[in-house]
Ligand binder design. Sequence first.
Ligand code: UDP
Length: 249
Amino acid sequence: MKRQPASDDVEQRGKLYEGKAKIVYATSDPKLIIQYFKDDATAFNALKKGTIVGKGVVNNRMSATLFQRLAKAGVPTHYVATLSEREMLCRRLDIIKIETIVRNVVAGSLAKRTGLEEGTPIRQPIVELYYKSDSLGDPMINDDHVRMMALATPAELAWMKRTALKINAVLRPHMLKHDLILVDFKLEFGRGAGRKLYLGDEISPDTCRLWDRATREKLDKDRFRRDLGGVEDAYQEVYRRLVGDAAGA
Ligand code: UDP
């Protein structure tokens, strides 16, 4: 067994970065960081701002549960330990500036780009790449653009796409068991020690589209983006189904 980084003797140090939904802190161990999950929500490249009460707790716990499940399935993730309701100890990664999106059902920007109706099933899951750049509004890119900008090597990109589909193959049936349709989701990968690749960031209703299996009700950030109401209740419902009441205690 490989030795896991210890978590009990790690101390929080200064803020490294504050994003829209999370704050990243350095720790006394240069190989580890702490992700702090906020309740702040933004959409449309931060044009829409708000608060989703309890979101940070849901996203932290749900991400931890899913990262652990993925690790068991052989997907390397940055997750090390849950430190508190809102704090996750993670491996420090050099994040690759690509948002990898996997889709099982047409929704959001894919519906707009193709004219296909939201809800149309996609027979074979697809992977899309977006350039992670707030100033450019995360434009869609392809493998040639990744090579041109040297965002990742061809081998890294191949691994990321393969791993994204593997993650989908693990999460989609798991969520369905809990009566959730995994419509689409966004992943971020990064390089850790020795340039080994890991899954980073979070997996939560902020980064996934999740629909109720029976009613197809949206149980994710689209409730906030589209002013559908019941945003907090949707996050709590996903938490209840995927993490369980016991973990909230
Ligand atoms: N997504 C994300 N961050 C982004 C863009 C998209 O987490 O910056 C997620 C989004 O929640 C959805 C999936 O990626 O689950 C696909 O999003 P889409 O391209 O349809 O864009 P959107 O309609 O959200 O603008």
